[in-house]
Design a protein. Structure first.
Lengths: 246, 367
């Protein structure tokens, strides 16, 4: 029996009359790669913000890494990593300075910053680039670096918000190798994406439509359930019934 | 605390890496001081003046020779009547006239005192003050020479008359103005841009998800600019003392304390702008139009507030630079102590606290 690191029960967020997230319920197990899909405006971002402790839910329950999303947001923040769609390192700082900075604001000691960043650079094969400015690196490298930096403090969960936007297919594959590696190390990966081939890589996938989770299962089971051969068709099947536009 | 230092260190790296920012930060105050100092005012050379000599005696001739010898003046012609004089002033041909009354030497020798009339075109008040000061010092120089060989002290009194603008209102004491301007620009614009930049590049999201407190993000952004602005204040003061010969009359520590207060006001303004905007361009435009223009217009630095329509005079009261300008002028030029400027200080302090509260409030909402 695996432990659940994310557990939501009827989690809801309303902005005035508008229900952005409508009573979503799901669990994510430790080390799982959980795909969080949905069309634009389906409520993915709002849901993710609640799970990251950035936004307080209107109602419902949720625990992240065992901490309550209402009361223990500070503890949640210490135990999660986050990487957004926008490339999110500082271009004018070097690779090493970026790593040191992000490790530093997570409160890592000087010693562990040193150790972690050395092993990170080694893992990415970027030892030679350590003193280069991040701005001069190719996008694929930046993205991998951003991911490794997001998990430098060894969080329980890492949230990835469309991490591979605008990256070529080869780099995306390599990026997913990193994700698998992190998951193998026991880090739970919560990822949103618009690429359906990436959805196939996930252990389980949830699809949000109009603020509700309309489907949740392994990619194989979902395809079986909707009697189609690709995740693309599953997604299309569900998303076309959406009433909310962008 | 260690997290905070990590953050401040990173902010310094940003500033030091960015050559353009560095140039603005340190080049601008110097350039402005020099422009305002030399191109616009003060140093007056070869000014066209006129001498009206009704006395035509020894003493008057000696003084005229002394004036002629100075590099500040160029005596264009000698006029004989007051009508001609008036016309010459009106056309702007001359900037100043020196009138020796009849029997100047006699009066001086027999009554031990005499008067010289110095008339200046005060439509350019700064220029007029400078010129009359030069003349006065030449005359007192002459007077000192006379007194050296004489048991009775002689006294020559220059009677100064300012034409067109007798009270010399609006004399631009530009150093305090430039200080207000530079601090406003550096602190408001730079802080606003550096925070908005994090929003634009998406790094702000990462910071907000991290356990680092939002308030600390803001604080650590402000620290480098606080320090850099102090450096700016020092460089402006050094320039004004050693290059422009404008001494600091009052207490220098008081001046620094007041400047720090104003820097903090500007930083909070910058934070406020950054909270309300999402792009660097907008932040820059708002800082320039919303802060720089009011500073120029309403601080009293370029245009006298007394001459403005009443609603604008009221408006000028909410411009922080106005109060800072009054304070700096008071300390630097008039040598006033805190007891004379506590009211202005209190107002500035009030504005700062107000801005701080509303920007922290709206910052929370935005997250």
């Amino acid at each position: 029996m695996n432990e659940n690191v994310i557990s939501c029960n009827a989690l809801t967020k309303r902005f005035g009359d508008f229900t952005a997230v409508d009573s979503i319920t799901f669990d994510v197990e430790k080390g799982e790669i959980f795909g969080f899909l949905g069309a634009n405006g389906a409520g993915k971002t709002t849901a993710m913000r609640m799970l990251c402790g950035l936004s307080i839910p209107t109602s419902g329950e949720a625990t992240i890494a065992g901490f309550n999303v209402y009361k223990e947001t500070e503890k949640i923040k210490k135990n999660i990593g986050y990487m957004s769609q926008k490339f999110s390192l500082y271009d004018d700082l070097t690779v090493q300075e970026n790593i040191t900075f992000f490790a530093g604001i997570y409160g890592l000691s000087d010693k562990s910053i040193k150790e972690n960043s050395a092993s990170l650079l080694k893992q990415l094969g970027m030892e030679d680039q350590a003193n280069k400015r991040v701005g001069s690196l190719p996008l694929g490298w930046k993205q991998k670096l951003a991911f490794s930096t997001a998990i430098i403090h060894k969080p329980e969960i890492v949230f990835l918000d469309e991490p591979t936007g605008g990256v070529d297919p080869v780099t995306r594959r390599q990026f997913w190798d990193l994700i698998y590696e992190a998951s193998g190390n026991g880090i739970t990966v919560f990822v949103t994406t618009h690429y359906m081939d990436e959805a196939e890589y996930c252990n389980r996938v949830s699809i949000m439509v109009d603020g509700r989770v309309e489907a949740l299962d392994t990619p194989t089971n979902l395809k079986k359930q909707f009697n189609v051969s690709t995740m693309d068709e599953v997604f299309y099947h569900l998303a076309r019934e959406a009433k909310r536009g962008e | 605390m260690k997290q905070f230092l990590t953050f401040v260190r990173k902010e310094f790296l940003h500033v030091l890496r960015d050559k353009k920012t560095l140039f603005i930060l340190f080049g601008m105050p110097i350039v402005q001081i020099l422009i305002f100092g030399f191109a616009l005012t003060n140093e007056v050379k070869n000014s066209q003046i006129v001498v009206v000599d009704y006395a035509k005696d020894m003493a008057s001739q000696e003084i005229i020779t002394k004036i002629e010898a100075s590099r500040y003046f160029e005596i264009t012609k000698s006029l004989s009547g007051s009508k001609e004089l008036e016309a010459a002033f009106r056309t702007g041909e001359i900037k100043m006239a020196i009138v020796f009354p009849e029997g100047f030497n006699n009066q001086l020798l027999h009554q031990n005192k005499a008067q010289i009339q110095v008339i200046a075109d005060a439509s350019d008040p700064n220029n007029a003050t400078t010129l009359t000061n030069y003349v006065s010092s030449i005359i007192s120089d002459y007077q000192a020479q006379m007194n050296e060989n004489s048991p009775v002290p002689y006294q020559i009194k220059p009677e100064v008359k300012m034409l067109y603008n007798p009270q010399l209102k609006g004399a631009p004491n530009f150093v305090p103005g430039v200080m207000a301007l530079v601090l406003m620009l550096v602190c408001v614009m730079m802080t606003a841009i550096s925070i908005v930049k994090e929003k634009e590049t998406g790094t702000m999201e990462i910071l907000l998800v991290s356990p680092f407190k939002p308030l600390m993000v803001i604080l650590s952004k402000a620290v480098p600019y606080l320090l850099l602005s102090m450096v700016n204040v020092i460089s402006i003061l050094l320039l004004s003392v050693f290059v422009l010969d404008l001494p600091i009359a009052g207490n220098i520590f008081l001046l620094f304390a007041e400047s720090t207060l104003f820097i903090i006001t500007c930083l909070t303004l910058g934070i406020f702008i950054s909270v309300k905007t999402d792009s660097q361009q907008t932040a820059m435009l708002i800082s320039l139009l919303g802060m720089l223009l009011p500073t120029l217009l309403f601080s009293g630095f370029m245009f006298p507030i007394e001459n403005m329509p009443v609603p604008l005079q009221w408006f000028s009261n909410i411009v922080p630079s106005k109060w800072y300008y009054i304070i700096v002028k008071g300390i630097m030029i008039k040598g006033l102590g805190f007891s004379y400027i506590w009211k202005e200080t209190l107002i500035l302090f009030g504005i700062t606290v107000f801005l701080l509260i509303i920007s922290l409030k709206s910052f929370k909402i935005r997250l």
